[in-house]
Design a protein around this ligand. Sequence first.
Ligand code: ADP
Ligand code: ZN
Length: 533
Amino acid sequence: MQTSAQDVLQRVFGHATFRGEQAAIVEHVAAGADALVLMPTGGGKSLCYQLPALLRDGVGIVVSPLIALMQDQVEALRQLGVRAAFLNSTLDGGTAAMVERQLLAGDLDLLYVAPERLLTPRFLSLLERAHEGKGVALFAIDEAHCVSQWGHDFRPEYRELTILHERWPQVPRIALTATADPPTQREIAERLQLDRARRFVSSFDRPNIRYAVTQKDNAKRQLLDFVDGHRGDAGIVYCLSRRKVEQTAAFLAEHGHAALPYHAGIDAGIRAANQRRFLREEGVIVVATIAFGMGIDKPDVRFVAHVDLPKSIEGYYQETGRAGRDGEPADAWMCYGLGDLVLLRQMIEQSESGEERKRLEHRKLDALVGYCESMRCRRQVLLANFGEEYAPGESGADGAERACGNCDNCLQPPEAWDATEAAQKALSCVYRSGQRFGAAHVIDILRGSDSEKIRQFGHDRLSTYGVGTDLDARTWRGVFRQLVAHGLLEVDAEGYGGLRLTETSRAVLKGRQPVMLRKVAAPRERTRALRAA
Ligand code: ADP
Ligand code: ZN
């Protein structure tokens, strides 16, 4: 068995050796057992079901929610000489009927099916007949996290996939996902009745990705600086809103980059054309909302940039994971400011979701903000969120935490400064101005600005007016952002996003708690230093 798997790997797929856990997974599934595979994007999940399907009798049924990807995969398999086909809503009746005939005749090695299609009585009865014929080799459930209602890719039909196990208990099942967080993994096992399946968990580390987070000052300029350092490279720039996608794509194009917009509001034809250009041409940048990316298999994406804060650390990991799938160096760069945090808090609070869901989303956002503000190795923080301890190399015996040497915090260790006095001024100014203004206005008061708004509210008469001229506006923005991130200030997310004190602010105001903050490096210097490293 071992030799024939190795043989098929070379002969059909053209790979010399298995990667990571692939060999063990293939052997396990080919022997007829169930598996739950957790492997990061680019890890080589497809082979884990494609190869056992070829080793076993009958057809391998692959459930996938990604219609665009189905076609690509089937084409790639056919080029390798594998008898593959797909069934989804894009096929015309004639073609679908032909695929069904092939299925019944036992002429297919692999059949990709959209979940809603698979669950139709018609398809299930076809499957019954196929099973009685040459048989079903296995069921592969790709993107298995779609079963989780807490994830953003929730597909209700995934919940019903247990029918496969109930009807054909002897056919092995393999569920696969690149979702790294343990609660989702537990939910997959439970919902798909895979509690007893063997789990194959790969490390989620992507060592070739260099992580960096920088404070937002002039986002467009900062993005341009970053992208200029990647001239000729393919990349993805993520924005929160469709409007921002359009603006950012136009801005990059004005500055000589082949940047194309992508979001759900763009005409389907244009969207598909933009995606094709990104996949086929070199050096194309796609500026997108998160609608773009799931199932995009482009190995040489050299950077992923976030100009807005993603909603969770899982989302961030998934999105950045689209960079560097070929294993070559790639950048994951994010530019974030207090405004992002305020906006996301408001979006959560003002959504239709129930209280439980809102709490969960706030917590997810907290974890991401913790990552952004951390002074530790980013990789350690990221992997710790997925319950994984980062321990590269063999020399972890002394138990010391090891840093990755390939993130901004490792390459340019951030400095901390005693910001106790600045924090007291900031908190006091928030309090005196009535706890209803945003950071920009409070900073104007601290810096003694002469603005219309300040005069209108009489804020030039506050005792804190002008007490903060010792720090520049950028430094103040860093102070406010970190005070919010550390829970010393909170955002009124139900209203206009004004700042107010929290339970913990008092200790700082009374001088009982010192505040150490991260020093904000000048963004340009920072980008340059990272590039040189
Ligand atoms: P995933 O689905 O986990 O994101 P894929 O299955 O698309 O990953 O594989 C990612 C890339 O790695 C593909 O280009 C694939 O051809 C390649 N690959 C997978 N397994 C091997 C292997 N054993 N040796 C070399 N390349 C491999
Ligand atoms: Zn690091």
